[in-house]
Design a protein around this ligand. Structure first.
Ligand SMILES: Cc1cc2nc3c(=O)[nH]c(=O)nc-3n(C[C@H](O)[C@H](O)[C@H](O)COP(=O)(O)OP(=O)(O)OC[C@H]3O[C@@H](n4cnc5c(N)ncnc54)[C@H](O)[C@@H]3O)c2cc1C
Length: 408
């Protein structure tokens, strides 16, 4: 066993590292927060350390979707963090949400990222659904009795999401869906599918949003994808073949679906960036602890000025990333004019920088960083996809520059 030179806590360089141990306290992650925020941050860090970190390698390697652990998280209010309390949510702000997802991700990025998508779906139903829909779906989602998936991407429409082809033809009091969705997180294991589909002509204005429940005839799923990371959540195609969905399951008006999808993603992008923050946070601490105990050339690696400087750069990138995420979360909460750009900037900057931080942390572990016994490699694998999904980082650049070039 390795001991931390600072506080004598046991350092486990295995996947069972304890993020809440004194030597890995969340340092700057709590500065500037209110007492209430510090409290739920601690609850989330403790949950990450006790209920997630000990299992994160096993969930990854055995591809376990940890339903019971997520339900425990929901008991703490993490199933509908920014969903309204009347329908079972916690009614917290976007900043609060980011603080929670950052802390949870230190214990398992993949599971937290799924919880973040689930939260986004619950918020979409709460915000754009009518009272009957909110009461029907949200309480079970907030308790995570039921799980949700967000269905936008199709085999032929990824970055160009508005070109989606899944059709929903109105027949009496139902819509009949035909088409397929690709890469759906939770797909096959979840109960509620928030589906963007075409009810009208080409382009974004022809898109509507329907809630499709598992068990609906004509709804089926593709094979479970084999992935580099995010292995504690399944990813499958979602297939609709003459799938009749009650018209009462439509969120908002016909033609509003793309707008609803993008509104969901603004928050989703902050959430995913927050998950990258948690990974970088944990990786900086793992790297620091490794440098403090690993000896080469007769002294600890922590004595190398090159590695000291690298560590300083990593910590600086982490803190800069956190500031940007929190600024974007505040802008979204306040419905500010710069919110969409800031959410995109946060997603672009933070998922890129935090990936670099985790990758550098792996490098500092040398060969050990490449072994699955060490947690750092999983953080690298799990956050790589954050640069790709919920709008690629190239799409983030498009949004930021379009807003910049068109403002008067
Ligand atoms: C593990 C995983 C989980 C996912 N979960 C979900 C989910 O739950 N729900 C969902 O709806 N989707 C999900 N996705 C899909 C994800 O959002 C898409 O993969 C993503 O939007 C990119 O689409 P694409 O894969 O079709 O890539 P493409 O759109 O084909 O892009 C390929 C590359 O070209 C770049 N590119 C494209 N157009 C341009 C351009 N004009 N200029 C510059 N560069 C460009 C892209 O940025 C990218 O780098 C998931 C994906 C993965 C991998």
């Amino acid at each position: 066993k390795l001991l931390c030179v600072k506080c004598d806590a046991t350092l486990s360089q295995s996947v069972e590292f304890d993020i809440s141990a004194p030597c890995v306290s969340p340092w700057t992650a709590s500065y500037g927060l209110t007492d209430e925020q510090k409290e739920f941050q601690k609850v989330a860090f403790d949950f990450a350390a006790n209920e997630m970190a000990p299992h994160m390698a096993e969930w990854d390697q055995k591809e376990v979707f940890p339903v019971e652990a997520m339900r425990k998280a929901a008991q703490l209010g993490f199933g509908g963090i920014y969903t309204r309390p009347e329908v079972g949510g916690s009614g917290l702000s976007r900043l609060d949400t980011s603080i929670i997802f950052e802390a949870l991700s230190t214990g398992c990025v993949s599971t937290t990222a799924y919880i973040s998508i689930h939260n986004m779906c619950a918020w979409m139903i709460d915000t754009f659904g009518n009272d009957e829909q909110r009461e029907r779906f949200c309480p079970d989602l907030c308790s995570m009795e039921k799980f949700a998936s967000y269905c936008l991407t199709e085999p032929g429409s990824g970055s160009d999401a508005a070109s989606l082809l899944t059709s929903a033809q109105r027949k009496g009091d139902h819509y009949v869906l035909n088409g397929s969705k690709a890469f759906i997180s939770g797909g096959g294991d979840t109960d509620v599918y928030v589906v963007m589909c075409r009810t009208g002509g080409k382009g974004p204005k022809g898109i509507s949003c329907l809630v499709v429940e598992k068990g609906t005839p004509g709804l089926s799923f593709g094979k479970k994808e084999k992935k580099v990371g995010w292995n504690s959540q399944p990813t499958r195609a979602v297939i609709f073949e003459d799938c009749a969905v009650p018209a009462t399951n439509r969120l908002g008006e016909e033609g509003q679906g793309f707008n609803i999808a993008m509104k969901g993603l603004n928050g989703g992008r902050i959430n995913i960036a927050s998950c990258s923050l948690g990974a970088a946070h944990a990786s900086v601490l793992l790297a620091r602890d490794h440098l403090l105990v690993r000896k080469q050339f007769g002294e600890t690696l922590a004595n190398s000025q090159f590695l000291q400087f690298k560590l300083a750069e990593m910590a600086t990138k982490l803190v800069a990333s956190r500031l940007l995420v929190r600024e974007a979360a505040t802008a979204l909460q306040e419905n500010r004019a710069d919110a969409v750009s800031l959410c995109s900037m946060a997603k672009l900057f933070v998922t890129d920088e935090c990936f670099n931080v985790c990758n550098q942390a792996l490098q500092m572990h040398g060969g050990y960083g490449y072994l699955k016994d060490y947690a750092v490699q999983q953080f690298v694998r799990d956050i790589r996809v954050h640069q790709i999904l919920e709008g690629t980082n190239e799409v983030m650049r498009m949004i930021i520059s379009r807003n910049l070039l068109t403002e008067s």
